[in-house]
Each structure stands twice: as structure tokens, then as C-alpha cells.
Design a protein around this ligand. Structure first.
Ligand code: 0RA
Length: 650
């Protein structure tokens, strides 16, 4: 999420830039062969040519080493960011084969590095991913690198080959002796391709941490030679540790996560579960180490089995006594933190972002394994079972109250604009793709925004004061909060089980708060709401943060705005410094409608930060640390991340 200050900086992008990776005129698309195709249309292979795509290059190389580890051949991966900004990935696996490839007549290493989709040809047994962002093959990374080299240590010899923009620059040569085995790949992303070349330690670290949790016992080091920063990830407990990590700032209702793993019909299933005393659900599902954002058959199987096992136990021992209300799926997930990791031979990915598992057979397998295990577990651990059921009965009772509150909101939503909140100044266009909603802090700034906006496509919703902290409230309380109700009604997409992203009335939802500590807090509160209750809007990239200026510099008739202290200094130098008057904006309310439009709302001149969610698990944990009730993890987090949170009020 764009809550970290450094990420926010990185996410400065105009609409134009964002579209860059995909703006290919259909008439220019030819059938291209080999790596030239990759260089002509990089976005097709790695998603985009910005920050995200750049980091996918690292993941792609690391994934190959992880595959080797999953096969049981490697136990350590070292990722280094070198001083020059290149990446080095070293593993202790068998080494990429170097002998002549029977069909191609060249070294297998050269085939792997220079031919598209050659990656999995040697190894039918492994769980390689077909399609999607990962699994495109290391040749794609090579093609998009200014230079690249690989060293393979096998049979006591080091083999080496170098490449330039995907083409071999040397033969595969023997380069000395080494007793160790493994593969070392180094690449420098091509500045002709990427709009940004700077690797972020934190972004790479998040993915490596996730991989370490998902691959029990695999040691992954990250070393940044630019700064000397180092970290090692190793999770001997696998998903158990993942769940504990996610629950770090929450209060679990039993100590040891429930953890099991089993295979059936070539599908491996691993699950860890721990309930906490909070209200939100944090369930993360993976297929072959890929986060399935949209879920799929494995997740459905898990959910069905969880609700069934709990209900079975509860009715067997007569534990559910709330007016005959049984526990439904929604109740069984309150305060649930769980990770489901599956390994599937030929995964079919579906959905808008190709992150939804479609394989039908997986559902029954996960359901069966989960039912079997949980049934036995509850019988053997009655105190845990009772604690869970006690909590969920409370949830079911609250569900009743929530249903009433929700119906109120829904009835209003169902009506047309007559039922929209009174404070909303709607736009006249009805096409969501062209419509923008500004969520504005305070009535006075809301007033300026209403006057300054382009009313054709910009709607304004002022929110008064701080909205409810949804991290600390159950859904019934969330839904009875006036400010949140206005927001839900204005958006028109419902909430909870009725949520439907297709109904959202605006595809740009822009949070505009003051550039001070309070503003940062309100922004985080609103983001927490979106993250917990309307996550797909975040995933679809509909949530933005407006960037109001911090200073106005005036010199005679010329007027300039600065959005950071550095920018102010630069402008001061340019404007000759004498006779420049500087105004520091403390709030949006100090700008008149004209100024607000020009600096913060006019698509021609404004900068919007798009809130992205590369790493949902980390964002989840971040929100519970920032907004939850435990203070110890919060102070620890602030001490450790002082540089990132200086603008957040916590
Ligand atoms: C296929 C076969 C063998 C090794 C690998 C793939 C391999 C690929 C990568 C990519 C990064 N690190 C890797 N390590 C190993 C070995 C076949 C054999 O030795 O018999």
C-alpha cells in the first residue's frame, strides 16, 4: 500500500506514464520471434516497464532458484543488489545443465538464457507456472537486461556465459574450478526499457520473506551493497511462522497456530490457521508460490471445510445456542488469520488479474484434507475448539445487528441519486470510467473543492473529522458510522458479501487530505477502510492520493508551487531568492477554489499517487500495527521504520 512515505514517492506517476507499458497500437503488432518480441513489447511479458516490472525481473530469476529448492536440490538463495544497481542471485542447486542441447545444438545453458519459454523443458516433474507474470523464463530477464552473465558450478568446474540485451556475447567457457555446485545469475536492467532502474530493498525483501514462509527451511539472504543493509529469511516452521507474523500485533485466542500439510492426487496442500480477538479476516492463498489475489477453487474448498468442521463440532457438543442461528461462513471467518498454500501441476489461472485458480479438482481435495484434519484436531483439542466457537457465536450475534444496519445502507444504495448522501456534490457524467470522486477532509476544503472542480466528471464528498477506525470495530459498528455510510452510498458498490466492484460509480477515488499529521492520519483511516472492506478497489488500482502543494512562492507576478521541501529550495534558487514571498500551506482550506483546482485537481497539472498492493500480506500487517490496539508492536515498528512513518500520525 502507498502508506509508506518512500513508496508514496515512488508511486508518483501521471496517467500517461501508467499507460505507457500498454500503449501499443494494434496496427504495429507483428508476429515477432524470440527475444526481439520481448524487447518490443516488454509489458506483455513482465506486466509493465515501471517499478513493478523492474522488480518482477528479480522475482523471475529467484523463482527459478526456488523451483530448484522445491525439488529438494537447493537450500540457500542469496540475492544481492550491487553498488552499480545490478542484481546477483546465487543458489546452491544442481546448476543449470551446460551440455549440448540435443535439438538446438548449443549448450543447454544458452538455450535457457536466450530462447523464449525454454525454462521448463528439462524438468517436467517440477511445479512450473504456465502463463501469468511469473514463469515467463529467465530469457525474458536476459532480453530486458543491458548485460547479464551466468556462472554454473557443476562437476568441480565453473562455466560462464555473458550476454548483451539477450544475445550471447561469449561462448560458454570454463572458468576455473570450484567444489561447490549451484547457479549464479547477474543482470543489469536495460535503461532503454525501464522507466525506473532503482531497486528497492523493502520491496524485494517483502517478496523474499513471503517465499521463505512458503518454502519451509529455505534460507534466503538479501544483501544491499549500496547501503550495507542485510537480512536473512528462514522459516523452519513454514506457514506457522507466516501466520504468527501476520498476527504479530493482534491478540491470538490460542497460542499455537493449527498447521497441517498433505498431498492427494498430485496436489499438495499446506494450511496454517490462528484466530485473534479482532474482527477482520486475513486469509492469504497461494498456488505454486503465487499469491492468488482473487482466490479460486483452493480457497473455496478451504472455506467450506472450515465452516463445516466448526459447525459439526458445535452441534455435536451442543455449543451453538443463539436463537437457533447456525454459524455461516461469514461468522467463521471473523478474526481469522490463515494461509493456504497449494502446489498444483498444471494450474489454470483465471479472472481479471489471472490470479484466480480455476482447477475444479482442487476444491474437493483441499476440502477433504481440511475436513479430515480439523475434525480430528477439534476432538483432540477441545479447549481450542471451544474458544473458537465462543468467539464465533459472538460474531453470529453481531451478524444479526449488522444485517439490520446493512439493510439500511442497501435500501439507500438501491435508489438513484435522490438517495445519495446530502453532502455529496455529484458529477453530471454517469460513466464510472470517466468519473472521479474526491474524498475531502473537512467541510471548508470540501467547499473550495466543490467550487473549484470540473463538475462534469468530478464529484466531491466532504468527510467531517476523523472517520471511524475500522481496525478496532466490528462490522455492525462500522456500518452505523455516518461518515462511512455516506462513503458507501456515494460509491454505490455495496459492502461485505454484497460488495460488487462492477457497481462502483467512480474509477478514480481520490483521497484529498491536508499535508499535515492529522491529514496523514485521516488518509490512513480511509485507506484502512478500503483495505478491509473494499479490497478489490485497491487491487483494481481505483484508489488514489491527491498531492496538494506545501508552499506557494511568489515573486512579482510569477507564482509557483512546491510539493516538497527540496522542490521549494530548487525553485528559490531559480527565482533569484530576493523578494520571493513564501507561503506555507497548512491545510487545503488555505487555498481558494481556483488554486485548489490548479494545483491539486486539474488533470493537466496535478500529480496523483496510485495506491497499489504488490504485497497484500505486508500491507495487512502494517494496518494492524498502525491502527490496531496493541501498542508494543506499534512502538517497535515506529522505532524500526522511523524513516518511513515520519508523516503518519500514530
Ligand atoms: C533443470 C535440470 C537441472 C538443473 C536445473 C534445471 C536448474 C535450473 C536453475 C535455474 C536457477 N538455478 C537452477 N538450478 C538448477 C539439473 C539436471 C541434472 O543435473 O541432472
Amino acid at each position: 500500500m502507498a502508506t509508506k512515505v518512500d513508496d508514496v514517492e515512488e508511486m508518483k506517476m501521471t496517467t500517461e506514464l501508467r499507460d505507457n507499458g500498454h500503449s501499443y497500437d494494434a496496427t504495429t503488432i507483428k508476429v515477432l520471434e524470440g527475444l526481439e518480441a520481448v524487447r518490443r513489447r516488454p509489458a506483455m511479458y513482465i506486466g509493465d516497464i515501471g517499478k513493478r516490472g523492474l522488480h518482477h525481473m528479480v522475482y523471475e530469476v529467484v523463482d527459478n532458484s526456488v523451483d530448484e529448492a522445491m525439488g529438494g536440490y537447493a537450500s540457500s538463495i542469496i540475492v544481492e543488489i550491487d553498488k552499480d544497481g545490478s542484481i546477483i542471485v546465487t543458489d546452491d542447486g544442481r546448476g543449470i545443465p551446460v551440455e549440448e542441447h540435443p535439438e538446438e545444438g548449443i549448450s543447454a545453458l544458452e538455450v535457457v538464457m536466450t530462447k523464449l519459454h525454454a525454462g521448463g523443458k528439462f524438468d517436467h516433474e517440477s511445479y512450473k507456472v504456465s502463463g501469468g507474470l511469473h514463469g515467463v523464463g529467465v530469457s525474458v530477464v536476459n532480453a530486458l537486461s543491458e548485460w547479464c552473465w551466468v556462472e554454473v558450478s557443476r562437476d568441480g568446474v565453473v562455466y560462464r556465459q555473458e550476454y548483451e540485451r539477450g544475445h550471447p556475447r561469449t561462448q560458454v567457457t570454463k572458468n576455473g574450478k570450484r567444489m561447490k555446485v549451484g547457479t549464479k545469475t547477474c543482470f543489469m536492467p536495460d535503461k532503454e526499457i525501464f522507466t525506473s532502474l532503482e531497486f528497492k530493498f523493502d520491496i524485494i525483501a517483502s517478496r523474499l520473506r513471503e517465499l521463505a514462509f512458503l518454502n519451509k527451511g529455505l534460507s534466503i539472504d538479501l544483501i544491499d551493497h549500496r547501503t550495507g543493509q542485510k537480512v536473512n529469511f528462514l522459516a523452519r516452521g513454514g506457514l506457522t511462522e507466516f501466520v504468527k507474523y501476520l498476527n504479530e500485533s493482534k491478540t491470538p485466542i490460542f497460542k499455537k497456530p493449527i498447521h497441517f500439510s498433505k498431498s492427494q492426487d498430485n496436489v499438495e496442500v499446506e494450511v496454517a490457521i490462528q484466530y485473534n480477538d479482532g474482527y477482520s479476516e486475513s486469509v492469504y492463498s497461494y498456488v505454486n508460490n503465487i499469491h492468488t489475489i482473487e482466490g479460486g477453487t483452493h480457497l473455496t474448498g478451504f472455506r467450506t471445510a472450515l465452516t463445516r468442521s466448526i459447525n459439526n463440532y458445535a452441534s455435536k457438543y451442543n455449543l451453538v445456542k443463539v436463537n437457533g442461528i447456525g454459524l455461516v461462513g461469514e461468522d467463521s471467518r471473523e478474526g481469522l488469520t490463515a494461509v493456504i498454500s497449494t502446489r498444483v501441476r498444471e494450474p489454470q489461472f483465471e479472472g481479471q488479474t489471472k490470479t484466480k485458480l480455476g482447477n475444479g479438482e482442487v476444491r474437493g481435495i483441499v476440502e477433504h484434507i481440511t475436513n479430515d484434519y480439523l475434525g480430528a484436531y477439534f476432538e483432540e483439542n477441545p479447549p481450542v475448539a471451544k474458544k473458537i466457537i465462543e468467539k464465533l457465536v459472538a460474531a453470529a450475534t453481531a451478524r444479526d445487528a449488522a444485517r439490520k444496519a446493512k439493510e439500511l445502507t442497501r435500501r439507500k444504495t438501491a435508489l438513484d441519486s435522490a438517495a445519495l448522501p446530502g453532502k455529496l456534490a455529484d458529477c453530471s457524467l454517469r460513466d464510472p470510467e470517466l468519473s472521479e470522486l474526491y474524498i475531502v477532509e473537512g467541510d471548508s476544503a470540501g467547499g473550495s473543492a466543490k467550487q473549484g472542480r470540473n463538475r462534469r466528471y468530478q464529484a466531491i464528498l466532504p468527510l467531517r473529522g476523523k472517520i471511524l477506525n475500522v481496525e478496532k470495530a466490528r462490522i455492525d459498528k462500522v456500518l452505523s458510522n455516518k461518515e462511512i455510510r455516506s462513503l458507501i452510498t456515494a460509491l454505490g458498490c455495496g459492502i461485505g458479501n454484497d460488495f460488487n466492484a462492477e457497481k462502483v460509480r467512480y474509477h478514480k477515488i481520490i483521497i484529498m487530505t491536508d499535508a499535515d499529521v492529522d491529514g496523514a492520519h485521516i488518509r490512513t483511516l480511509i485507506l484502512t477502510f478500503f483495505f478491509r472492506y473494499m479490497k478489490p478497489l485497491v487491487e483494481l488500482g481505483y484508489i488514489f492520493i491527491a498531492q496538494p502543494p506545501l508552499y506557494r512562492l511568489r515573486h512579482g507576478k510569477s507564482e509557483q508551487y512546491a510539493f516538497s521541501d527540496e522542490e521549494k529550495e530548487k525553485l528559490l534558487k531559480k527565482m533569484s531568492q530576493t523578494g520571493v514571498s513564501i507561503q506555507r500551506y497548512k491545510g487545503l482550506g488555505e487555498m481558494n477554489p481556483e488554486q485548489l483546482w490548479r494545483t491539486t485537481m486539474d488533470p493537466e497539472t496535478r500529480t496523483l499517487l496510485q495506491v497499489s498492493m504488490e504485497d497484500a500480506a505486508s500491507a495487512d500487517r502494517l494496518f494492524s500495527i498502525l491502527m490496531g490496539s496493541e501498542t508494543a508492536p506499534r512502538s517497535k515498528f515506529i522505532q524500526e521504520n522511523a524513516q518511513y512513518v515520519r508523516n503518519l500520525d500514530i
